[in-house]
Design a protein around this ligand. Structure first.
Ligand SMILES: NC(=O)c1ccc[n+]([C@@H]2O[C@H](COP(=O)([O-])OP(=O)(O)OC[C@H]3O[C@@H](n4cnc5c(N)ncnc54)[C@H](O)[C@@H]3O)[C@@H](O)[C@H]2O)c1
Length: 325
């Protein structure tokens, strides 16, 4: 499979490192508006500054869209309209109109589209679901706290959605994958700066908490914090069911332990979910199986709808119903 990359930043570097280890894949071109960045990642591959030119000249079988969220729609839609397989980084888009456009074209395209919510690819998620089978889920507690790289678009809420879309949306997606649909949300942000400083800051919140009300009656709490470089992070999900107390340790261990139905539960992952998500996408694309990806555009659009509702709840201070996407 001949693959091209659009956006040669942080996540593209991770993906290229994985793709270069796969026999079935050749990275043929890298595009970035910043040519130096494209060249740094390209190695033997061709470099471009315009993705339209790259697609026209290279005719790749698949592309990885690794640009900031506001650009996701035009690149993904153009590729899918040409039946080029798309691995689209999360969030699916910055806004719901863009997400709907991507979902629509993905539904019509012969190509496969996966969205980069790789926690759906955590191996022990199947063990977690199996352990909770038949139980009512009362409470989920997701924590994502730790340092991350600052990027200009990330500091600007209008472009990136700040930590709600960058960080909390991974947890929203994971909690939806475990507990189902969310009907309404509440949210609050901390007024304290953690990673940002008075001299160097955008208009986003460093720490926030959101509450998800699930259709089945359960509650999901998500706490996020962007902390200073060098501080240790915490990435985890705890799930309390009618006869279960389970702890899923996320990055970097991806291990599950706890108790359910009178049984001790212990499970560990062998493969990193980022790699597993890519490998599954490549296999789905080669076999033409659109439903085989870990996170579909429909899944990711539903997650975005919850995240957008959280944004509204942050500004209104009230309980916000999740819009349909
Ligand atoms: N799945 C994950 O865990 C994960 C982790 C980090 C980032 N991401 C997502 O990946 C995307 C990119 O994030 P990042 O951290 O790599 O950002 P980044 O800023 O490091 O890289 C983005 C790159 O895109 C380039 N770019 C912008 N517009 C372009 C255009 N029109 N054409 C070509 N290149 C363009 C920029 O010059 C930059 O080099 C975001 O949607 C982000 O949310 C996902």
């Amino acid at each position: 499979m001949r693959v091209a990359i659009v956006g040669a930043g942080w996540i593209a570097a991770e993906h290229i490192a994985t793709l270069r280890q796969l026999d079935a894949v050749e990275v043929v071109a890298v595009c970035d508006v910043n040519r130096t960045r494209a060249a740094e990642l390209a190695g033997q591959a061709a470099t471009y500054t315009q993705w339209t030119e790259m697609i026209a000249r290279e005719r790749p079988d698949g592309i990885f869209v690794c640009t900031p969220p506001l650009t996701h729609r035009e690149v993904a839609v153009a590729a899918l309209e040409q039946d080029i397989h798309v691995y689209l980084e999360k969030p699916i888009a910055r806004g719901l109109a863009d997400a709907r456009a991507i979902v629509d074209v993905a539904g019509r395209s012969r190509a496969v589209c996966a969205v980069g919510y790789q926690w759906r690819a955590v191996e022990v998620l199947d063990d977690l679901r199996a352990a909770l089978s038949g139980q009512d889920l009362g409470l989920l507690i997701g924590i994502s706290a730790g340092p991350t790289r600052s990027r200009p678009w990330f500091l600007d809420r209008a472009q990136g959605g700040g930590n709600l879309l960058e960080r909390a949306s991974h947890q929203i997606d994971l909690e939806r994958a475990v507990a189902g649909e969310v009907v309404s949300v509440q949210a609050a942000a901390s007024g304290v700066l953690l990673a940002q400083s008075q001299g160097q800051r955008g208009n986003i919140d460093d720490a926030a908490a959101v509450l998800l009300h699930f259709a089945d009656g359960g509650l999901g709490a998500i706490q996020i914090a962007w902390t200073r470089d060098g501080l240790p992070g915490t990435y985890s999900l705890d799930v309390y069911g009618s006869d279960a107390s389970l702890h899923l340790e996320l990055d970097p261990a991806f291990a599950l332990h706890g108790r359910s139905d009178g049984r001790q539960i212990e499970a560990t992952s062998r493969q990193h979910p980022l790699e597993r998500s890519l490998v599954r996408f490549i296999a789905a694309a080669r076999e033409g199986k659109r439903d085989h990806v870990f996170c579909s555009p429909v899944d990711a659009a539903a997650t975005l709808a919850v995240a957008i509702a959280c944004e509204e709840a942050l500004s209104s201070g009230g309980t916000v119903r999740v819009p349909s996407y």
